[in-house]
Design a protein around this ligand. Structure first.
Ligand SMILES: NC(=O)c1ccc[n+]([C@@H]2O[C@H](COP(=O)([O-])OP(=O)(O)OC[C@H]3O[C@@H](n4cnc5c(N)ncnc54)[C@H](O)[C@@H]3O)[C@@H](O)[C@H]2O)c1
Length: 188
């Protein structure tokens, strides 16, 4: 006998209440098919402030997120150096994971995470969803339809002056696991 298909919104727990969490919380709290239940952070006060600001009912630590029985999907918005560790803890707790880039800062951690998730029948998704979003997908479809004929060549440029100009706490972007390859490379 097959299990009945699940219904209702997916319960989401967010770990990492820093700068990018505002964007995630703005979006995730606007869709009916997901429900953000809890925000966790190393700094529980920061988690609480983000939860309150986005009408999320609970807040605490990463451990609190993993202990919440209604969380099916953990959204990992921590810094790159701990992505693999936080995602692995979520998988070990039986949760699906969506992680910010990069999946891990060393290949082995990323590979182990995917293998553990596959063994447990859990899903792991990794940002950036920019590439799956409307801009690039519209361009892809336009090319597939032949709107511009057969492309003969393509060029791409990704440039910006540096994260220290906009990020209030940019140290992690200059630490191990940072730099253009890890920070911008996943978009390309
Ligand atoms: N800021 C952006 O514009 C942006 C854009 C796209 C992607 N990202 C990615 O999103 C991720 C987060 O970026 P950010 O700018 O929000 O960083 P941030 O430093 O502002 O926030 C990170 C948060 O994670 C928490 N944290 C760190 N280790 C933790 C742990 N072990 N357990 C629980 N919480 C922990 C920190 O306390 C902090 O609140 C990074 O991977 C970054 O590359 C950021």
């Amino acid at each position: 006998m097959t299990a009945a298909p699940r219904t209702g919104p997916v319960g989401v727990g967010l770990i990492g209440a820093g700068m990018i969490s505002d964007t995630y919380l703005d979006n995730l709290t606007g869709f009916p098919d997901v429900r953000v239940l809890i925000v966790g952070d190393l700094d529980p006060a920061r988690a609480r402030a983000q939860a309150e600001g986005h009408r999320v009912p609970r807040a605490g630590t990463a451990e609190d997120v993993l202990a919440d029985p209604d969380v099916e999907l953990v959204v990992n918005l921590t810094i790159p150096a701990v992505h693999a560790q936080v995602s692995a803890a979520a998988v070990a707790a039986g949760r699906n994971v969506w992680s910010e880039k990069p999946i891990a800062i060393e290949r082995e951690g990323g590979r182990r995470l995917l293998e553990d998730a596959a063994r447990a029948g859990l899903l792991v998704g990794i940002a950036p969803d920019t590439v799956l979003g409307p801009g690039v997908q519209t361009a892809l479809r336009a090319i597939a339809r032949g709107d511009i004929g057969t492309p003969l060549s393509a060029a791409t440029t990704f440039q910006y002056p540096g994260p220290d100009l906009f990020h209030p706490n940019p140290e992690f972007l200059f630490a191990e696991g940072a730099g253009p390859l890890f920070d911008v490379g996943p978009y390309i």
